[in-house]
Write a protein that binds this ligand. Sequence first.
Ligand code: PSV
Ligand code: MN
Length: 425
Amino acid sequence: MLRPRTIVRHTTPVIERDAAAELLRDQLSARGLGLGDVLAELRALEIETPSWGYGNSGTRFHVYPWTGAARTVWERVADAGLVHRLTGACPSVAIHIPWDRVDDYAELHRYAEEQGLRLGAVNPNLFQDDAYRLGSVCHPDQAVRRQARDHVLECVEIARAVGSRDVSLWLGDGTNYPGQDDLRARYRRLLEALEEIHSALDPGMRLLVEYKFFEPAFYSTDLPDWGASLLVCRRLGPQAQVLVDTGHHPQGTNIEQIVAILLAEGALGGFHFNNRKYADDDLIVGSIEPFELFLILNEIAATRREPATARTVEEIAFMIDQSHNVEGKIDAMIQSVVNIQTAWAKALLIDRDRLAEAQQAGDVLGAHRVLVDAFETDVRPLLAHLRVEQGLAPDPVQAFRDGGHAERLAIERGTTAVASAFEQR
Ligand code: PSV
Ligand code: MN
């Protein structure tokens, strides 16, 4: 039974806010952590947002245009700049070519800098040309393979021109029916193309190899899982690393274990964070499975200081890859950033000594409770503290909503009629 609710309206008295701060300090010191150290770790987390998350997008059924949504690459970069100004945590924006193609990349680079941003990962598009009906770099026709490879090489050039470290590769390649193509031949074609692309990278640049188990192909996918990506990366060399998109696994997959193994192998290059309920839903990060997000970030937090994994952890690209179909773009992006920061803060609060002791003693429930204890800690005061200390509003989603940004963008940009989901992403 639920008792009837009594609604009490009050503003939080200072004494209660101080009590929250006290509680937080107690919680930290009980775990042997200092507030300053935790804040430093929180400040260190940089999240890259995707240009394509700021434009209109939809499903194959319909695209609902959002008033004020970005229409050009310049507007997408401007929106990413606004997200960074409100969160203090998103200093780079990923671009997708040709969606973000411009004549002068030096100008785009300068424009991003004016917005307080770097241009981040460059994403080739190997799934939208008519020529790619049977695949891109795995296509049976050598001319199509060459077209695909040349496009990725163009992206390497763009990355070079804008000072970006990463080219982030996802293929839509695969087959729809058994017998449609020779699976081993497709794998050979894949390796051949990626070897050439990898050898075009400058020292310090990386090729991030993303996998996905289905879609748009439904029988076989040429890079279906982390194992295939890792095998390919191993063939290519240390400048190739695996990219984990959290929406790209079958239901029930233990993603945090994949992350743990890739970390141990020094092969985790980055994430595409989003959330899913059924397929590759590209929903707001942490909106459906916040515990999963916490467990993924736990693996990162646990290994960030270990000599064997510290270097890999330092270089991980924490990127968001989501599209907003029925909600606004910018506040939803900020919500994703907040959810990642929340999960990261909780992961930092795990009492690692107690956890190790319980694990060593075979105390199954005890070990589990250490994780749950951190997950259930209210880290909102901690994150609010972090933001206020950086001169930001304590709640960046609210700051966006109160700041008149949506209204201003609606006046400046209006509503854009859109043709199809992918054309506008
Ligand atoms: C494919 O589903 C994907 O996750 C890849 O990262 C693409 O680049 C992106 O989505 C396109 O929206
Ligand atoms: Mn992705």
